[in-house]
Design a protein around this ligand. Structure first.
Ligand code: GRF
Length: 237
């Protein structure tokens, strides 16, 4: 059976490890999305080397080359049209997008955030989670809306906060979960199993969602790292 794979463009600003996990997942022919291009707002983004190594077309569209945020986002929109993008995945794209751009791509644009939203919107999420004494932390994939880190949640994965965690060890544990979660969430959106409607995420078939999640949240231990992160992936609802 031939499957029409959703043409997906990933937008980055830096390291690109989430981008790499999406590329890896989409390298399976059965994955319902194909990565057709990368856009970076930084010419020196490390992720661009990964894209080049994978032979993926990448465009650098730097804010400094445009007179306004609107003109910058219009150039990105043009590039997305050239790529014939159907889905956009923000993966460490560190610039706020204009309302017009977000409106145009709403319900087709995803972001990954390193916290269990709506807790810890914005930056420095791991330091703030430690400071707050959180025992559970994690990551969220959500549809992008005009208000930063506030769009409807598609999927979340939780990890334990260990007693001896530092910002770096906690960030590394969350990042591992991110690399599992983002492909699962993109898969659900590409298949139409999760879609944005009336400002919420609507799930097509909860049984399929369950199967796709590959497990449920297991009770996180405060002294031992998670053995199977896949098991920690938890889909909402
Ligand atoms: C990730 O932690 C992601 O959640 C956040 O920015 C970071 C990007 O890391 N939005 P990478 O570029 O994917 O390695």
């Amino acid at each position: 059976m031939s499957v029409s794979r959703k043409r997906t463009v990933i937008m980055i600003s830096g390291r690109g490890s989430n981008m790499a996990s999406l590329i890896e997942a989409a390298s399976e022919r059965s994955f319902p999305a194909e990565i057709v291009g990368i856009i970076s707002d930084k010419a020196d983004a490390r992720g661009l080397h990964i894209a080049a190594a994978k032979g993926l077309p990448a465009r650098v569209i730097a804010k400094g080359d445009f007179s306004s945020k609107e003109a910058h986002d219009a150039a990105i929109d043009d590039a997305l049209s050239t790529f014939e993008a159907e889905i956009v995945c923000l993966a460490g794209y560190m610039r706020l997008l204009t309302a017009g751009f977000v409106e145009k791509w709403q319900s087709r644009m995803l972001n990954i955030h390193p916290a269990l939203l709506p807790a810890f919107r914005g930056l420095d999420t791991h330091a703030r989670a430690l400071e707050a004494g959180m025992r559970i932390h994690g990551c969220t994939v959500h549809f992008v809306t005009a208000e930063t880190d506030s769009g409807p949640i598609i999927a979340q994965a939780a990890v334990p906060v260990l007693l001896d965690d530092t910002e770096a060890t906690l960030a590394a544990r969350v990042l591992k979960a991110e690399h599992h979660l983002y492909p699962l969430a993109l898969r659900m959106v590409a298949l139409g199993m999760a879609r944005m409607e009336g400002g919420r995420t609507v799930f097509a078939d909860t049984e399929l969602v369950e199967q796709s999640a590959g497990g449920f949240l297991s009770s996180p231990s405060a002294v031992r790292d998670a053995v199977d992160l896949e098991q920690l992936a938890r889909f909402t609802p």
